[in-house]
Design a binder for this molecule. Structure first.
Ligand code: PEP
Ligand code: MN
Length: 339
């Protein structure tokens, strides 16, 4: 941390800041310039709040130089993390892993039909919500456990893995019986109780970025899971809320290389929730692969017009097939591979 004192700060004010920093456990290095005195404070506690010093008399600004997370930072594992999902599928390696399926599991027949179609096109993970975090309490809330059962059975029949959303910590034991990856939805990114409990499970967690979360906040949420001892965390950029409302959200493509630099954790993109419109999904999926994602989470439905949730952003199976073909051309250009 660097503390820049105001021009004309008195020696008394400077000494006061130094004294407080030392009391807080910092090693202080003073540089007395012609106009400004700058204090370099080394050994910051991770949860240090810069405002505590900013408010002292004579202080102009306080700059944090180390990240507030440790286990999620790139420095912790410079080589990057590869998360093993099962069946030999790995996220964070050369392969771009495609996770596809409906927004919600609606019936055994629906998920069976979609599982067969996405598998045929090269998806390796079947997605589908059984517990849905809907904006309106009157919207379809998901089938619950029967949905998980249909999802697991369809996945097993087609050699797919399963990702499904866990909405709160009490659902963990139930989901654990059916899923290979626990999905934490955008609305739950700051459900710290849930994150802490997922730190205790020994299965991968797909952690979505909250709709107004900064990258640092996403990485701090990941830190909760890592701090509990579960290192199998996959981050997900699913679009953030901006002033633009033509699309449902704004896919923050730049977050992909930024997160790659800041963290060793793999990152996938969800172009479906990011755009909210089926015709915009393939271009954003292609862009995400070009930008270096480790995987994609895509909504696909055989009859989107009758889908119980997110039909408008669900690809028709033939659109998904076309997208997979395109991704197989784009991925090698950036040193990656698509199944
Ligand atoms: C979903 O994946 O269906 C979902 C609800 O996504 P998000 O949490 O990103 O809104
Ligand atoms: Mn959805």
């Amino acid at each position: 941390m660097v503390v820049v004192m105001q021009e004309g700060a008195t020696e008394e004010q400077i000494q006061h800041v130094i004294q407080r920093l030392v009391e807080m456990g910092f090693d202080v290095h003073r540089s007395t310039g012609v106009r400004h005195t700058v204090l370099g404070a080394v050994g910051a506690k991770l949860d240090f709040d810069t405002r505590d010093i900013e408010l002292f008399d004579g202080v102009r600004e306080v700059l944090r130089i180390s990240a507030p997370y440790k286990l999620a930072s790139r420095a912790f594992r410079p080589e990057g993390t590869v998360v093993e999902l099962g069946r030999g599928v790995r996220v964070g390696g050369e392969q771009v892993v495609v996770m596809a399926g409906p927004c919600s599991v609606e019936s055994a027949e629906q998920i069976e039909t979609i599982a067969a179609q996405v598998r045929q096109q090269g998806a390796q993970v079947l997605r589908g919500g059984a517990f849905k975090p809907r904006t309106s309490p009157y919207s379809f809330q998901g089938l619950g456990e029967p949905g998980l059962k249909y999802l697991r059975e369809a996945a097993d029949r087609h050699g797919l893995l399963v990702v499904s959303e866990v909405m709160d910590h009490t659902q963990i034991p139930l989901l654990d019986r059916y899923v290979d990856i626990f999905q934490v939805g955008a609305r739950s990114m700051q459900n710290y109780n849930l994150l802490r409990e997922l730190g205790k499970v020994r299965k991968p967690v797909l952690l979505k970025r909250g709709m107004s979360a900064m990258i640092e906040e996403l990485l701090l949420s990941a830190e909760y899971i890592l701090a509990g001892g579960n290192y199998q965390v996959i981050l997900c950029e699913r679009g953030i809320r901006t002033f633009e409302n033509y699309t449902r959200n704004t896919l923050d493509i730049a977050a992909i290389p930024v997160i790659k630099k800041l963290s060793h954790l793999p990152i996938v993109a969800d172009p479906s929730h990011a755009t909210g419109r089926r015709d915009k999904v393939p271009p954003m999926a292609r862009a995400a692969v070009a930008a270096g994602v480790d995987g994609l989470l895509v909504e696909v439905h055989h009859d989107p017009e009758h889908a119980l949730s997110d039909g408008a952003q669900s690809l028709f199976p033939q659109q998904f097939a076309q997208l997979m073909k395109e991704l197989r051309i784009i991925a090698p250009a950036v040193g990656r591979r698509v199944n």
